[in-house]
Design a protein around this ligand. Structure first.
Ligand code: UDP
Length: 486
C-alpha cells in the first residue's frame, strides 16, 4: 500500500446485476490497493456475492467496507427477494425492476450524507446519481462497464444514423466517423439505437447525466484500444480514465473461485480436470451471467452436436435453471451426450469460476457472448475467442475482437435480441468456427496475438503501467479537489 498525504474516500455504487457488480467490486479493491478508503454501496441480497472477498481484503489491512441499503422490491410490485437483474423472470418485471431502482435516489442521498465520500463512482444505470451527488458537492464518475470502442460506435451511430438509409436488415453498412472501417447490419443494432422507445429515452438520460458528471471511468487499458480511447476523449470530448483490467486484482485461487458468488463446481475439482489436458487444448463456453439471454433447447442441441463433431475438449457452462439435471428432462442434450463426451467435456450447470478456468493453461479458446467483462477476461488470460453476441453492446464488442484486435472468429450471429432468437446458428457453422479457432496456422496466429495482449494487460496494471498511472492521475485530481474545498 502506498502512503498518502491524506486518505481519499471513494464510494462505489454498482447496478444490481452480476456484470456490473463484479467489475465495480474489483475496481473498489483496486482503489483500496492505491491507498484509498473504498465504500461499496449495495443491497442486502447482493452483498453476499462479494462480502467474503471484502472480509479477506480487510484482514489484509485494506480500507474497504460494504454499506447496505434496502432494495424496494415489494414497493415496486416485485416479489420479495428480487434484488438482482438475474431474478427478472418475466417481461412485466422489467419496468418494475427499473422503478425499484429509481426509488433508491433518496436512500442514496441519505447514505452519502452520512458517509461523506470525496467522490462517487456510480453505474451508468443511475443517471440521477449525478444530481444526488451534485447536491452534496461530491464529484460523480460514471462507470459504463464497457469499452471505449463500444462507446465510440454507439456515439457515431447516434450522430450519423447511417442505418436510416439502409433498406435491408441484413446488409452490412460502415459506421462513419470511426478510426477503423467497422461494418454492422441493422439486425445487429440494439433496439434502443435505432428506434424511439422507453429504453432509448433512458439511454438519452444516461448520456445527459454523463455530460453533467465529472468524468468517466473505464475498465479497459489504453494499449488495447488506443485509437478509441483518444477518439472518446478528443472527438466525443469526455474526460476519462482507463484503469483496467480491474479483474487482475484477483490473484488467489480463492478470490477467483468466489468471484461473483459461490461456484457450482468445486474449484479444486475443476483444476484437477483441467490439469489432465494439454496446453491450449480446451474450449471454454459461457454466455455470461444472465439466464434470460440463454438459448432455446434447439440452439443448445446444435451447440452440443457441434462440440461432439469438433472433437475438441470443452468446459461448457449452462445457466438456465430449467435445464438443470434432476426431475427435468434435459431435452437440449443429445441422447447419451455426457457419457459419450466423458473425459473430453465438462458441463457446469449454474455459476462457473470463470477467471479460474480462463487463466488455466489448458484453455485454448473461449466461446463468448462478448459481454465486456468476459471479453476483457479472455484478453487478460491471452485466450482467443469464438464470438457469439446476443444483445446489449455485444455486437460492437465482437467487431473489436474480430476486426480490430484480430483475436477471434465470428460464429455468424445476426440477431440482436434480449430474448430467445429466431435465427438458429447451425451445428456446421459452430463447428467450423471452433475448428478455425483451435486448430491450424490461423489459430496459432490468433493465439499469438491474444497472448501478446495478455502481456500488455498485465503490464498496464503494474507499477508505472498505463492503467496504474491513469488511476494515480485520477486520485491526484480528486485530492486536489478535496484540498481546495477545505
Ligand atoms: N461469470 C462467472 N461465472 C459464470 C458466468 C459469468 O464468473 O458462470 C462472470 C464473468 O467472469 C464476468 C461476468 O460474470 O465477470 C459477466 O459479465 P459480462 O459483461 O461478460 O456479461 P453479462 O453477464 O453482463 O452479460
Amino acid at each position: 500500500m502506498e502512503s498518502q498525504p491524506f486518505q481519499l474516500h471513494v464510494a462505489f455504487f454498482p447496478y444490481m446485476a452480476h456484470g456490473h457488480i463484479i467489475p465495480t467490486v474489483d475496481m473498489a479493491r483496486s482503489f483500496a490497493r492505491h491507498g484509498v478508503k473504498a465504500t461499496i454501496i449495495t443491497t442486502a441480497l447482493n452483498a453476499p456475492l462479494f462480502s467474503r472477498t471484502i472480509d479477506r481484503d480487510i484482514e489484509l489491512g485494506f480500507k474497504i467496507c460494504i454499506l447496505v441499503m434496502k432494495f424496494p422490491s415489494t414497493e415496486a410490485g416485485l416479489p420479495e427477494g428480487c434484488e438482482n437483474a438475474s431474478s427478472i423472470k418475466t417481461l412485466e418485471m422489467i419496468p418494475k425492476f427499473f422503478n425499484a431502482v429509481s426509488l433508491l435516489q433518496q436512500p442514496l442521498e441519505e447514505l452519502l450524507r452520512e458517509c461523506r465520500p470525496d467522490c462517487l463512482v456510480a453505474d451508468m444505470m443511475f443517471p440521477w446519481a449525478t444530481k444526488v451527488s451534485g447536491k452534496l458537492d461530491i464529484p460523480r464518475l460514471v462507470f459504463h462497464g464497457t469499452s471505449s470502442f463500444a462507446l465510440c460506435v454507439s456515439d457515431c451511430l447516434k450522430r450519423y444514423e447511417p442505418y436510416k438509409s439502409i433498406q435491408s436488415d441484413l446488409e452490412p453498412f460502415p459506421v462513419p466517423g470511426l478510426p477503423d472501417k467497422i461494418k454492422l447490419t441493422k439486425r445487429q443494432l440494439p433496439s434502443y439505437a435505432k428506434e424511439h422507445s422507453e429504453l432509448s429515452k433512458q439511454m438519452d438520460e444516461i448520456l445527459q447525466a454523463e455530460l453533467e458528471s465529472y468524468g468517466v471511468i473505464m475498465n479497459s487499458f489504453h494499449e488495447l484500444e488506443p485509437a478509441y480511447s483518444e477518439h472518446y476523449k478528443k472527438v466525443i470530448g469526455r474526460k476519462s480514465w482507463h484503469i483496467g483490467p480491474v479483474s487482475l486484482c484477483n490473484r488467489d485461487i480463492v478470490d477467483k473461485v468466489q468471484r461473483g458468488g459461490e461456484a457450482s463446481i468445486d474449484g479444486n475439482e475443476c483444476l484437477k480436470w483441467l490439469a489432465k489436458k494439454k496446453s491450449n487444448s480446451v474450449l471454454y463456453i459461457c454466455f455470461g451471467s444472465m439466464s434470460k439471454t440463454d438459448f432455446s433447447a434447439t440452439q443448445l442441441f446444435e451447440i452440443a452436436k457441434a462440440l461432439a463433431a469438433s472433437g475438441q475438449n470443452f468446459v461448457w457452462v449452462v445457466k438456465n435453471e430449467e435445464r438443470t439435471k434432476g426431475e427435468v428432462k434435459e431435452e437440449w442434450l443429445p441422447e447419451g451426450f455426457e457419457k459419450q463426451m466423458d473425459g473430453n467435456g465438462l458441463i457446469i450447470r449454474g455459476w462457473a469460476p470463470q477467471m479460474l478456468i480462463l487463466d488455466h493453461e489448458a484453455i485454448g479458446g473461449f466461446m463468448t457472448h462478448c459481454g465486456w467483462n468476459s471479453t476483457l477476461e479472455g484478453i487478460t488470460a491471452g485466450v482467443p475467442m469464438v464470438t457469439w453476441p446476443l444483445c446489449a453492446e455485444q455486437f460492437y464488442n465482437e467487431k473489436l475482437i474480430t476486426d480490430v484486435l484480430k483475436i477471434g472468429v465470428a460464429v455468424g450471429a445476426q440477431e440482436w435480441s434480449r430474448h430467445e432468437r429466431k435465427i438458429l446458428v447451425k451445428k456446421e457453422e459452430i463447428a467450423n468456427a471452433i475448428m478455425q479457432l483451435m486448430i491450424g496456422e490461423e489459430a496459432e496466429a490468433l493465439r499469438n496475438r491474444a497472448k501478446a495482449l495478455k502481456q500488455m494487460a498485465r503490464k498496464a496494471t503494474e507499477e508505472e503501467g498505463s492503467s496504474y498511472c491513469d488511476l494515480n492521475a485520477l486520485l491526484e485530481e480528486l485530492r486536489a479537489i478535496k484540498t481546495t474545498s477545505y
